[in-house]
Design a protein around this ligand. Structure first.
Ligand code: CP3
Length: 356
């Protein structure tokens, strides 16, 4: 059995290898671009709130049946071409021993931020067993998907996860994190190395459990200069990708800042680079080896606009990318919670009706 095959609920061997998403991820021709959206399962959906009002966010992540229910919402309600596991990039840090909470309006919080070598020393790296609930969720989701579309697994890139551990939560300027990189680079490397070790093991666990693709989220890399990105982020992502038992599993590398860092990101050998909304996507594609696909890059704010604007902007992007193999439609970053559901659904329809 190869990685792209899973036993469906019927007991039949199914495969997503020929799906639009996997074909595009491996830079093969497709009749139209496949579509999925970052944060496609979330607060912009009434059906998400129906579940969220009954459980905490971490309960949702840690209960495989609920994580599967939420993962399936955009599959059933939007008809996207790939599902993404419902979880969070910070579950690895929690498994390493850090107390994590999510509060409405505040976001993620770590009770005891990591600031010293003693703090780094207390982080446990033999923790994959604590994340078994994610493997269990993947198995439930694959039964539900029944081979219809691929399932994307994911993890945070070490730098982005580090920023939450050091700041203790979300940050606007990453002041303490960057100060650690600049004043105490050895301490930063010790922390990043521990996170990277857990991340590689965690992604291999997801591959073993049956995901069909992997995305690495380095959401806040845009805070870094080129040299700091190379030393404190890119180096660790390269190591993680090199350690994946990826076989025929495509790896997508995402960061905000990819419009600048894409040439460096390519050196880590992902199959796909997910591009933020700033650049001309074709221009970025042409800078990359032909074997690397691009994903993106509609400004998520377009989904607030009138439907005719949504359609026009999607078509404009597609016309620009016409003739290019290796293009997955997505947003430049996640869907915001107050974007109208109808507009998201409409955008998916526009993509699915398009033909090259
Ligand atoms: O994309 C999906 O639909 C899959 C699920 C997913 C979530 N988080 C669910 C979530 C994924 C892939 C993530 C990754 C994640 N988590 C990232 C990287 C992607 C990105 O957006 O850049 C980051 C930076 C985090 C950390 C995180 N988790 C933050 C900053 C927050 C709060 C922000 C907010 O929007 O309130 C979360 C919570 C979170 N993760 C929610 C969801 C659906 C909201 C939880 C809620 O319902 O209150």
């Amino acid at each position: 059995m190869t990685e792209q095959q899973t036993y469906a609920a019927s007991g039949q061997l199914t495969s997503t290898a020929n799906s639009l998403f996997i074909q595009a991820a491996f830079s093969k021709p497709t009749e139209r671009p496949p579509v999925w959206m970052m944060r496609q399962a979330g607060r912009f959906m009434k059906e998400y709130w129906d579940i969220k009002n009954r459980y905490s966010f971490l309960e949702m992540c840690k209960t495989p049946e609920i994580a599967a229910d939420v993962t399936m919402l955009p599959v059933d309600l939007l008809g996207i071409d790939a599902a993404i596991l419902f979880s969070d990039i910070l579950v690895t840090a929690e498994a390493m021993g850090e107390e994590l909470s999510f509060t409405q309006g505040v976001g993620p919080r770590f009770a005891n931020p990591i600031r010293t070598q003693a703090d780094v020393d207390r982080l446990d790296t033999e923790v994959i067993w604590k994340l078994q609930y994610v493997a269990d969720a993947i198995k439930v989701i694959q039964q539900r998907l029944n081979g219809s579309i691929p399932l994307i697994g994911f993890a945070g890139a070490p730098f982005t996860v580090m920023s939450y551990l050091v700041e203790g939560g979300s940050s606007r300027d990453f002041k303490l994190t960057k100060l650690m990189l600049h004043n105490e680079p050895e301490l930063a490397h010790n922390l990043l190395a521990k996170i990277a070790k857990v991340t590689a093991g965690y992604l291999n666990m997801q591959i073993e459990a049956g995901v069909n693709a992997i995305q690495i989220f380095d959401s806040w890399a845009q805070a870094l200069s080129w040299d700091d990105y190379a030393e404190f982020s890119h180096r660790y992502i390269t190591g993680i990708i090199a350690n994946l038992n990826r076989k025929d599993i495509p790896v997508i590398s995402f960061c905000k800042g990819s419009s600048v860092f894409a040439p460096l990101m390519a050196q880590a050998k992902p199959d796909v680079i997910s591009i933020d909304w700033n650049p001309d996507l074709l221009n970025i594609k042409k800078q990359l080896p032909a074997t690397i696909a691009v994903q993106g890059n509609l400004d998520p704010h377009i989904l607030y606009a009138d439907k005719k604007v949504i359609k026009e902007r999607i078509h404009r992007l597609f016309e620009r990318m016409r003739g290019q193999n290796g293009f997955i439609f997505n947003l430049g970053h996640g869907i915001m919670p107050d974007i109208p559901f109808d507009n998201v659904k409409y955008a998916v329809e526009v993509v699915k009706e398009f033909r090259y």
